[in-house]
Design a protein around this ligand. Structure first.
Ligand code: AMP
Length: 170
């Protein structure tokens, strides 16, 4: 199945010069969604994670479905101020300014094998920060999975040396 054909490209969103990869059209296609999750699960099977962790908010959609398919629990990595008990947090650089991500300190037992999931890796700033946070919370990062990779931005340089699974490349 051609997953790329189900992803809508929106020029100049959210600002001029950005080609936005809109995954809502993939999510709305029952066969496409099932195929995307099944393919990700297949490619990640050997990593044998104990948990899948996904970044707010599109990482929640794919991450939760993937966790379900792989038979493991899901851990949300959230924007600041959303998680109700003690958190680890990390600040990271954006094009302009900084942002923050948080994870519950008790999200998983120390040494758990964690697979990180997001919809898309662009510059890799978000994924690099989330990878550090997963490790800060005592997890062993066993791999990273993205539906989409924007190759030219070389976001992988911000990730540790673990397997990286992607379904569609631009
Ligand atoms: P980055 O930190 O630059 O790798 O950006 C990754 C995050 O920004 C992902 O969670 C994406 O959801 C979002 N993002 C960045 N670039 C795009 C794009 N061209 N289309 C859709 N989402 C994007």
């Amino acid at each position: 199945m051609d997953i790329k054909a189900l992803i809508r490209e929106v020029p100049d969103f959210p600002k001029p010069g950005i080609s936005f990869k809109d995954i809502t059209t993939l999510l709305g296609n029952a066969d496409g969604l099932r195929y995307a999750i099944a393919t990700m699960a297949e490619h990640c099977a050997d990593l044998a994670p104990d948990y899948v962790a996904g970044m707010e908010s599109r990482g929640f959609i794919f991450g939760t479905a993937l966790a379900c398919k792989m038979g493991v629990g899901f851990v949300p990595i959230r924007k600041p101020g959303k998680l109700p008990v003690a958190v680890h947090s990390i600040e990271y650089a954006l094009e302009y300014g900084t942002d923050k991500l948080e994870i519950h300190q008790d999200a998983y037992p120390a040494g758990s094998k964690v697979l990180m999931v997001d919809d898309l890796i662009a510059t890799g700033g978000t994924a690099g920060a989330a990878a550090k946070l997963i490790q800060q919370a005592g997890g062993t990062l066993v791999g990273c999975a993205f539906v989409i990779e924007l190759k030219d931005l070389n976001g992988r340089q911000h990730l540790p040396n673990v397997p990286i699974i992607t379904l569609v490349e631009y």
